[in-house]
Design a protein around this ligand. Sequence first.
Ligand code: FMN
Length: 395
Amino acid sequence: MPKTVEIADLKRIAQRRVPKMFFDYADSGAWTESTYRANEEDFRKIQLRQRVAVDMSDRTLASTMAGQAVSMPVALAPTGLTGMQHADGEMLAAQAAEEFGVPFTLSTMSICSIEDVASVTKKPFWFQLYVMRDREFIYNLIDRAKAAKCSALVLTLDLQILGQRHKDVRNGLSAPPKFTAKHIWQMATRPQWCLGMLKTERRTFRNIVGHAKGVGDLSSLGTWTDEQFDPRLSWNDVAWIKERWGGKLILKGILDVEDARMAVSTGADAIIVSNHGGRQLDGAPSSISALADIVDAVGDKIEVLFDGGIRSGQDVLKALAIGARGTFIGRAFLYGLGAGGKQGVTQALEIIRNELDVTMALCGERDVKNLDRNNLYKSGLETKPRAAAPRKKRA
Ligand SMILES: Cc1cc2nc3c(=O)[nH]c(=O)nc-3n(C[C@H](O)[C@H](O)[C@H](O)COP(=O)(O)O)c2cc1C
């Protein structure tokens, strides 16, 4: 794999190696993509506070997320069709995360199944749940995640209907890909990807196929979501899901203070402040601009996690300083996977770890758990005056 120094390098390599329809699936947002772009751009508005002549030896990035020890507070986010970025993508990414000491979250809409991932990992991974109309299938899915010893359930609340992504419609995205002239050409120009896909039997949604009854047109995500996802999902459903699961529960897709309060009332263990990477409600605020208000409203009642737009360790530090306990990366690891399989995911994690570590040192901090708003010079996002958080003592 060519040498890479930043996530943007991995993205460039992935674009050369992954067929266009799957690269575009990762690199896209809903409609005008304004929220997708804002997720990245708003991080740049936040300035860090440089401190000098402080002891920066013996630094640590170790922390916890949802009660689980992590080597750095950066988990891999659930992403659908990951096994189309690279053959057996979910299994490789889970192994990379396990070796690195960070959580891997398997999507309901993955190519490799819960059992596939469990067969190549030793430590528990996390499972992300989409709620479908077929409740038997959902009970069964939760039970399969329990049987595989998944250590947290991530319930996604912001995708009961699909926000249209123009690129996917124009590309005729499907898994497995259709054999039209356009798609054959896209694949023929990516021979390494094709070779991997020919060697694996995992080319469709293996959590679903053979498990869900009456599965219609699975090849079109939009049609299948319309048919199967339950548009009536409400806060009341969280209770039975929590009870059936019986373990750590994380609610994903919270972007509003009122919803954050509702999430607290469910008794869940954590929330993820997220707009689905700008893939659902275009025109919604960036995740990072929504974080501070949510932390201020519920941060003392529930663990607040964060995702959306993280492309560097500096972005991770900014989210932690605003008040997130931990973060998730989506595209940053998908680009690594597309660029170089398991090694590419490890490279993505290494890039982020080094950037986070050096940035933390230059901010005058030695322990990632001590980061707070005092490490920010200006957030650049504030709309109303905010009382400065008291300076924490050094550990
Ligand atoms: C290609 C792709 C597929 C995704 N699929 C899912 C999914 O199946 N379930 C889910 O909860 N979130 C899904 N997401 C959202 C991610 O979990 C996460 O919220 C988002 O990627 C964070 O933004 P980032 O990519 O800028 O890091 C997906 C994101 C991408 C980019």
